[in-house]
Design a protein around this ligand. Structure first.
Ligand code: PLP
Ligand code: COI
Length: 368
């Protein structure tokens, strides 16, 4: 495994795309992109080989298919991790990242859990810089749109034995993106998964690894069939504690101004938006507890009016209200079923910091 604090980084070789998307076509594409369907001209690839000194070759190159041996471990045993982050355009036209070192650290936490090599944090951040420098003209012009960055690492060694691979690739692609939900930023409807769990104690729930998302697809599709936008998972042992959505953490806002969010017990993803919101809510003078919260309590509190809002948060979805929950005992509505005051406020505060239109009291923004 490489040392994550190592400073001997491979220098990037740079190959410009020989036939980039023409300016006019690009301008049309970035005028109103959807989430996750449009990609920029370039990508970053960094190669790891246990026998070649670890991370040894880094390149910025045209975005293109990646040749893979059919025996590559990732295709068989799913040794893969990823991150999700965004670039933001500030009023002065410069680009910025939000807490990228937190993503780099989580990438390495995921890598350790999946028996993969850690990537030096400065190489992680340099790989984002290289790609954004090459593809900054892809920044979408639509209001509120961003460039979504997807760093990922996978086992590329051709070997069918079951053991940690000795070869990996770290790749970064960029996607000009609009809102994650089709409805934009309107309150969403959530399906409570009853037959399936996402993660069990001792499993990989706290790692950002593809298998967790694969496990969420059937319950997600179930929810979609029932007219829901996302699925919420309960704990795997007692089937009663609310954990998180397939791609977002949750906050429950009470009528006395207190806020509860499920604790990081190893089965949920430690969201960077979650961590930021805990801080920002405390900055507002609110009390935030990281406490278990059951599905029965959620329904009871929503029905009695003690619970006034529920926020879903993540890089892709930012801060979105949960309006309705469809569970084993039927449907319940939170507040008016729309976006509550605190959800709207926290969305404004967080996006204001990210977009450079509000002060950044915690030093979270990294200007590029
Ligand atoms: N939970 C899951 C399962 C996720 O995939 C994500 C998205 O990355 C989150 C929570 C939110 O994490 P973050 O705020 O770091 O984007
Ligand atoms: C994100 O918010 O970045 C995510 O990864 C959620 C989803 C798109 C997987």
């Amino acid at each position: 495994m490489s040392d994550a604090s190592s400073s001997a980084l491979p220098a990037f070789t740079r190959t410009a795309h020989p036939a980039p998307v023409p300016g006019e076509t690009r301008a049309e594409a970035i005028a109103d992109p959807k989430f996750g369907t449009l990609f920029t001209d370039h990508m970053v690839v960094v190669d790891y080989h246990a026998d070649k000194g670890g991370w040894h070759h880094a390149s910025l190159e045209p975005r293109q298919p990646i040749p893979l041996d059919p025996a590559s471990s990732v295709l068989h045993y799913a040794q893969e991790i990823f991150e999700g982050m965004k670039a933001y355009k500030h009023p002065d036209g410069s680009l910025a990242l939000f807490r990228p070192e937190a993503n780099a650290q989580r990438y390495n936490a995921s890598a350790r859990r999946m028996a993969m090599p850690e990537l030096p944090e400065d190489l992680f951040i340099e790989s984002l810089r290289q790609l954004l420098a090459a593809d900054k003209d892809w920044f979408p012009t639509a209001e509120g749109a961003t460039i979504y960055l997807r760093p990922f690492m996978f086992a590329s060694e051709a070997f069918l034995g079951v053991r940690p691979a000795r070869e990996y690739k770290h790749v970064v692609i960029a996607s000009p993106a609009g809102p994650y939900f089709k409805s934009g930023h309107k309150a969403v409807k959530i399906w409570v998964s009853q037959d399936y769990v996402r993660a069990a104690p001792g499993g990989t729930g706290a790692a950002k690894t593809g298998g967790n998302y694969a496990a969420s697809l059937v319950p997600l599709a179930e929810g979609t069939e029932k007219g829901c936008d996302q699925t919420v998972f309960l704990d795997a042992v007692e089937h009663k504690y609310v954990e998180e959505l397939g791609g977002m953490n949750l906050f429950f806002v009470m009528d006395d101004g207190s806020v509860v969010t499920p604790p990081l017990t190893g089965t949920i993803l430690p969201g960077i938006t979650r961590d930021s919101l805990i801080q920002l809510l405390r900055d507002e003078g609110l009390s935030v507890r990281e406490d278990p919260y059951t599905i029965d309590q959620w329904r009871e509190d929503a029905t009695s009016g003690r619970l006034v809002e529920t926020m879903a948060c993540g890089t892709a979805a930012v801060v979105t209200a949960v309006g309705t929950v469809l569970g084993p005992e039927g449907e319940f509505t939170i507040g008016s079923g729309g976006t509550g005051q605190l959800t709207q406020k926290m969305r404004d505060v967080l996006t204001g910091i990210q977009n450079g239109t509000r002060p950044d009291p915690h030093g979270w923004v990294m200007k590029l």
